[in-house]
Design a protein around this ligand. Structure first.
Ligand code: TXA
Ligand code: MG
Length: 363
């Protein structure tokens, strides 16, 4: 199969392919998604095959109008979608946008999509090309991030090409994703209401609507003084293909290893110690790529290359560039990638969540 990139003025081949039950990669404002007809379980199975995704990790379903909710979530006796009341003002404010809501699953949705759960993750993206494709298809699209499982999520068409070349027919090119991190996943169905995955819509933005909202704390970043204990049953370090973990999260995807470049990522809690660590590694013949959250005028050398994610440490810019930085770092083929923490409890949480999952070691 020869994978082709389509420009946004030539969507027909992508729409026809989706209508024929085959997956296509599409742009969204968060990351690129590997889309298929959410009402066709066979089409959705192909997503799992192409990505190498474990079958127990459910997919997010994308809609292009509130009207489409009826097709995917549980409905009342009048055929209206059942929406938990706290979500009504949240939907008004944040949809379309980078927020995924966990809702009761509609009866016609195959267990393939939801990995057997009785809930379904729904997202109403704001990207005009994604919306146009869903609208023209006339059915909702299941779409996880369009990377091979375990790799950093793609934020450009060429990232998708790197991972899925010859595995799918089309990648629709919508430029660089403006958010750069996957959507915030919000679950108010279970108690307490929880952000299952932090994103660029933050706890602080959602708390006014849900005062008792909690954020799922990755134990590795929840407490900076805590190390990776061997007996920590919440250790999120399983290989994506290994479903033997005893960890039982509410969001199945949490137990899998994510976002990992080929080279090990070493994440430092504090800047102290980084230089010494790098010196040691270089002395023993290793090469390093160092990711900087802001420009600190460090010079690259033969064995240490620098990638600056934001000149002035702008958090939204770091979020936008993080996955590309991990992929760019890999392209330099280093022995180690060094990254460092960002303090803060807003968008910073989403960045630290992704970095700590990408990390092989946290020092
Ligand atoms: O921004 C995004 O959300 C991107 C773009 C393409 O829309 N999609 C995305 O999908 O990140 P994916 O499959 O890579 O991540 C979906 C996450 C996984 O962690 C999965 O376990 C969780 O959502 N999820 C899906 N259905 C769920 C459900 N019913 N209950 C709890 N978590 C669920
Ligand atoms: Mg993903």
């Amino acid at each position: 199969m020869n994978t082709r990139i389509l420009k946004s003025d030539n969507l027909k081949p992508a729409i026809d392919t989706l209508k024929n039950g085959l997956p296509v990669a599409i742009p969204t404002e968060t990351v690129y998604g590997l889309a298929a007809n959410a009402l066709d379980p066979q089409a959705c199975s192909k997503i799992f095959q192409v990505k190498g995704r474990p079958l127990d990790n459910p997919l997010i379903v994308h809609i292009s109008s509130l009207e489409m909710l009826k097709m995917v979530v549980k409905t009342d006796s009048n055929g209206e979608p059942i929406i938990p009341p706290p979500l009504v003002p949240i939907i008004q404010k944040f949809w379309p946008g980078p927020l995924t809501l966990i809702l009761p699953k509609g009866d016609s949705i195959s267990p393939v999509i939801c990995a057997g759960l009785d809930t379904i993750a729904i997202r109403f993206p704001s990207h005009p090309i994604a919306l146009k494709i869903i609208e023209e298809c006339g059915f909702p699209l299941a779409a996880p991030s369009a990377n091979k499982s375990g790799r950093p999520s793609p934020t450009t068409a060429s990232h998708v090409m790197t991972d899925l070349k010859d595995c799918i027919d089309y990648i629709v090119d919508g430029g660089s994703s403006s958010e750069g991190l996957e959507s915030t996943v919000l679950d108010v169905i279970h108690t307490p209401p929880t952000i299952l995955r932090p994103g660029t819509i933050t706890l602080n933005q959602l708390r006014p609507f849900i005062p008792n909202l909690e954020i799922y704390q990755n134990p590795l970043i929840g407490d900076k003084n805590k190390g990776k204990d061997d007996d920590d049953e919440n250790e999120i370090n399983d290989d994506e293909m290994d479903s033997s973990s005893s960890f039982r999260p509410i969001s199945p995807g949490m137990k899998y290893r994510h976002y990992s470049p080929n080279a090990p990522v070493i994440l430092f809690r504090n800047k102290e110690g980084i230089e010494e660590y790098i010196d040691d590694k270089i002395k023993s013949g290793n090469s390093i790529v160092r990711l900087f959250n802001q420009n600190s005028n460090n010079h690259s050398s033969l064995n240490v290359k620098n990638i600056i994610m934001s000149q002035d440490g702008n958090v939204l810019e770091i979020a936008r560039n993080l996955f590309a930085a991990l992929r760019d770092a890999d392209a330099l083929n280093p022995d180690f990638i060094i990254a460092e923490y960002i303090d803060g409890d807003d968008e910073e949480l989403a960045i630290m969540n992704r970095l700590s999952k990408a990390a092989s070691e946290i020092i």
